[in-house]
Ligand binder design. Structure first.
Ligand code: DGP
Length: 113
């Protein structure tokens, strides 16, 4: 299968502003930021979306969440932040490679659009 754009970023085949990486995940600035700080945290393994994750992915997803919080801390989001996982067309998912948005640096409204 053709690698996703995020697999290619993880492999450093295409450039991105990477703020954190380890053997399981990569975090990089979103190309189209929706807040002053907008980072995507992506597993290197290309699970298409959350609804495709299984019990075998439990440790990876826990790691991803904890690292999202660590990245938010490192980027100084002391006033709070929001994690978003868009799953499927109704949620506006546009890249079929599971990712968690970390949004912060401004007051965020609720409910989302
Ligand atoms: P989603 O709608 O949840 O699938 O969000 C996908 C996000 O990915 C969207 O906010 C824009 C971002 N994005 C898409 N292509 C690229 C890229 O090539 N580089 C970076 N840094 N972000 C990208």
């Amino acid at each position: 299968m053709k690698p996703t754009i995020f697999e290619r970023i993880c492999a450093r085949e295409i450039p991105a502003n990477i703020v954190y990486e380890d053997e399981h995940i990569v975090a990089f600035r979103d190309l189209n930021p929706q807040a002053p700080t907008h980072v995507l945290v992506v597993p290197r393994r290309p699970i298409p979306r959350l609804s495709d994750a299984t019990a075998a992915d439990q440790a990876l997803l826990g790691h991803l969440m904890l690292k999202a919080a660590e990245v938010a801390r490192q980027l100084g989001l002391t006033g709070g932040y929001r994690l978003v996982v868009n799953c499927g067309p109704d949620a506006g998912e546009s890249v079929p490679h599971l990712h968690c948005h970390v949004l912060g640096g401004r007051s965020l409204e609720w409910p989302p659009g």
